[in-house]
Structures are given as C-alpha cells and as structure tokens.
Design a protein around this ligand. Structure first.
Ligand SMILES: [Zn+2]
Length: 290
C-alpha cells in the first residue's frame, strides 16, 4: 500500500503500549503502533473533532523538546515550542520543553519516547548528560533534530553520527526549490515536489547522503550560495545505534512554523522518531491511498 494523499487526510495515531510501568513508551518494551483513522478531506472536520476528544483521553507518547543554546540563538525557538505543543495536542502526544541540561539523566529521560533538539547550538550537554542521551537512543527511542541541531555538539562524535553531519555555513535567507527524494516517509507524505519556500539553507561539513536516507534535497540552481553539489540533502532519517533519527535543516524562520506543509513535515518526523513506520506496516493500515 502506498500512501500519497496525506495532504488531504487527517491522521489519528494511537499506540497501544505493553508496559510494566504504565502508559509510557520507552526502551525495548513491546509496543504496537496503530493508526486508527485517516479520512479524506470531505470528512476532515468531523474527524478532527473526534481525534481531538480522543487525544485528550490518552497520550500516546511523551516528547521532550530541548532548545538550549550555547552559540547562536534563533528567534524562532519560542514559536517552534508552541508549534510542537500544538501538534501534540492535535495528534495525541504530550510535549515538555526545557533548556535544562540536568534533565539528561537515565531517570529524567525515561518518560520520553522522543527527544527533539529544536534550534540548539554549541556545547549543550556535559559528558554524563551525553551518556544518558546515548543510552536513551540505544534503548530504542527516537531523536528529532531541527535546523541548528546540526550546529550543536561538534566535539561529540556520536551526536554527529546521530544527526548525520554538521552545519558548515549558509547564505542569506531566500526562496528556493526543494525536491522530495522519498515521498513515502511520514515526513514527506503529501509534500509538493518541487516545494518552493523561503528559509535559511544550510551547507554541511560533509554530505550525509551515503549514510542516511535522504528525504528532501534542495535545487542549488534555484538560489545562490549552495555549495554541496548534487545531491544537496536538507532532510533525512536513519536508524542509528538501535534508535531512530530524523533531521530537517528547515526551520530557521519564525514564519516556517506557521506553514501547514512545514508543520506536516515536522509532525511526520516526530511520529517516525516515535516508532510509527508506514513502510514496514507496524500499524493497522486504515489509510486510503486514493
Ligand atoms: Zn538559522
């Protein structure tokens, strides 16, 4: 089954969790991920109401948004947190936001299925905190990196592998064309290709395309200042060290977080990191493709 109509559909995801400690997804505990409803545009309004009421009844998983900066601080951080919290409210996951690195202990991270590095920068975790995050991923959990998550922790090689590469530089904010390299992933379902939008377009210290599954590339002929050649990846995912990692270089501007398509891209990355996997059908498919 191929899913191409995410753009017209509303996804409601429910996870049934087999956990000895309650309804928290973590580690290698068994979990079943069930997508219970996707309706086409004609039924969106009714389903949205239903999904919202059901989402309030149960939280499928917990997300920790981390936005500590030790270098450049993006003005979009607050908007980004609010957007992810709204996505959680709409789609049934809870969101905690912090800039306190002391939360990175085994017990502090245990409630969460996904950690999002939202426009972090510089050296934000000490060695012990890094160890806790490595064990979090090794226990089968998920990571989402947004934009300057790749401008973070240059001295922590494991983190560079988790993200896929590091930020190098960028030209001025401008409009460019993105191409969807894999439209079957949750983070790209329904995105137009080319996808024309305005943002700050990163170049990286190395091309990660050989090590990760590329989702979006940018057409360097559509703007000035791209130096990666072809392909120039801007979003990707991979399984790493027993966990799942999704990275998008999009999300510099505050306006990004108001874009419905960027919100879907971000939501899809979060759901993937949490363990929703359309390609391997680890869910009950009720999505209609056409
Ligand atoms: Zn930026």
């Amino acid at each position: 089954m191929v899913f191409r109509r995410y753009d017209d559909a509303f996804i409601f995801v429910r996870m049934a969790v087999n956990s000895k400690r309650g309804s928290i997804i973590s580690g290698k505990r068994s979990l079943w991920i069930v997508i219970l409803g996707v309706v086409m545009a004609t039924a969106v309004a009714a389903c949205t109401t239903l999904a919202a009421s059901q989402a309030q009844e149960s939280t499928m998983f917990n997300v920790l948004v981390f936005s500590k900066t030790a270098g450049y601080r993006h003005s979009a951080i607050d908007t980004g947190i609010a957007t992810i919290q709204a996505l959680g409210n709409q789609h049934g996951f809870s969101v905690d936001a912090t800039e306190d690195a002391a939360r990175f202990t085994d017990s502090g991270l245990a409630p969460y299925a996904v950690i999002i590095f939202l426009n972090t920068s510089g050296d934000v975790l000490d060695a012990a905190q890094q160890g806790a995050m490595e064990r979090f991923i090794q226990n089968g959990n998920g990571f989402v990196g947004v934009h300057s998550a790749s401008d973070t922790e240059y001295g922590w090689a494991w983190y560079g592998q988790l993200v896929g590469t590091y930020f190098a530089d960028h030209p001025a904010i401008q409009t460019a064309k993105l191409n969807v390299a894999d439209g079957t992933h949750l983070a790209t379902l329904g995105l137009p290709s080319p996808w024309t939008r305005t943002d700050e377009w990163y170049n990286f210290t190395s091309n990660p395309s050989g090590n990760v599954n590329v989702l979006l590339t940018i057409d360097e002929t559509s703007y000035s200042g791209g130096t990666m050649g072809k392909p120039h990846p801007l979003a990707w995912y991979h399984e790493f060290d027993n966990g799942r990692s999704f990275y998008t270089a999009l999300g510099h501007t505050e306006a990004s977080y108001s874009e419905p398509l960027f919100q879907k891209h971000l939501l899809g990355g979060i759901l993937y990191a949490a363990g929703v996997d359309l390609t391997n059908h680890t869910f009950l498919p009720t999505i209609q493709s056409d």
